[in-house]
Design a protein around this ligand. Structure first.
Ligand code: 3PY
Ligand code: MG
Length: 255
């Protein structure tokens, strides 16, 4: 996992990375993402059927195919973030960050001393069930990736304070929640949404913080990449499968 994290971070800060959200319960789909060349997968606990227990084999699937496993939790709940990291996630993504205190709390709960106060157990998968040298484990565990989502007006109002928290690897803009917060729910290409997204991208870029966002068209992926977004999350496995299937049906039914 350390090599996966290291290579991921190198690419994140140079060319940028492309990944996909995942709601599957089957590690095979995540392996396929790796074989297809995706850099990372976001295993989603905020939306979808997975629970912490099922995440373990999904992470194994990601490792088999060299795709970096990041787990999106429901909220900055200390116990879930710790469990997910103990299971071996390479990174954690936390939705709906609105204040500096929330961002600080994530750091505190996901990093070991001297950075934070994550609960310690060295008999977990991330520590190779105690096979790994304990001091190496504590050091390596603090290299996991931290992605914080800003996706509402409150987060934007506090963006300077949030960005001042040390250790954030990526600020991720959730365009769907942002569109709702701006009163144009679902219209992720609405000028109001795009303008706010651009403000966040520019602010992060100014401060040297890497930015990510969700896209569901190649056109938008290219657009945001050209504007400086380096952590692109392309759609969701379920949506990609639906689109491919619907396109086949349409072609077969064409007169
Ligand atoms: C959002 O758009 O709100 C997300 O969290 C990612 O799709
Ligand atoms: Mg969201």
């Amino acid at each position: 996992m350390q090599d996966l994290i290291k290579n991921f971070k190198n690419k994140l800060h140079s060319d940028g990375v492309v990944g996909m959200f995942s709601k599957t319960c089957d590690p095979a789909l995540i392996e396929i993402m790796g074989y297809a060349g995706m850099d990372y997968v976001i295993i989603d606990l905020e939306h979808g059927p997975n629970a912490v227990q099922s995440v373990q084999n999904l992470i194994r699937g990601a490792q088999v195919a060299g795709v970096m496993p990041i787990v999106r939790v429901k909220e900055s709940c200390a116990s879930v973030m710790g469990e997910v990291l103990d299971i071996g996630a390479g990174g954690i993504q936390v939705p709906q960050i609105t204040t500096r205190e929330e961002a600080e709390a994530v750091m505190k709960r996901t990093k070991f001393s001297p950075v934070g106060e994550r609960g310690v157990c060295r008999f977990v998968r991330a520590a190779q069930y105690s096979a790994k040298d304990r001091f190496e484990y504590f050091k390596d565990a603090n290299q996991t990736v931290t992605v914080l989502q800003i996706e509402g007006q409150e987060g934007i109002a506090h963006i300077d304070e949030i960005l001042s928290v040390a250790g954030i690897d990526v600020i991720f803009i959730g365009p769907y929640d942002l569109s709702q917060s701006l009163g144009v729910a679902g219209q992720i290409d609405h000028p109001l949404v795009e303008q706010k997204m651009l403000e966040i991208v520019n602010k992060c870029t100014e401060k040297g913080i890497t930015v990510g966002t969700f896209v569901d068209t190649v056109e938008n992926a290219k657009k945001w990449r050209a504007l400086g977004v380096k952590y692109l999350s392309y759609s969701v496995d379920m949506g990609v499968f639906y689109e491919a299937t619907a396109s086949i049906v349409k072609q077969l039914n064409a007169k």
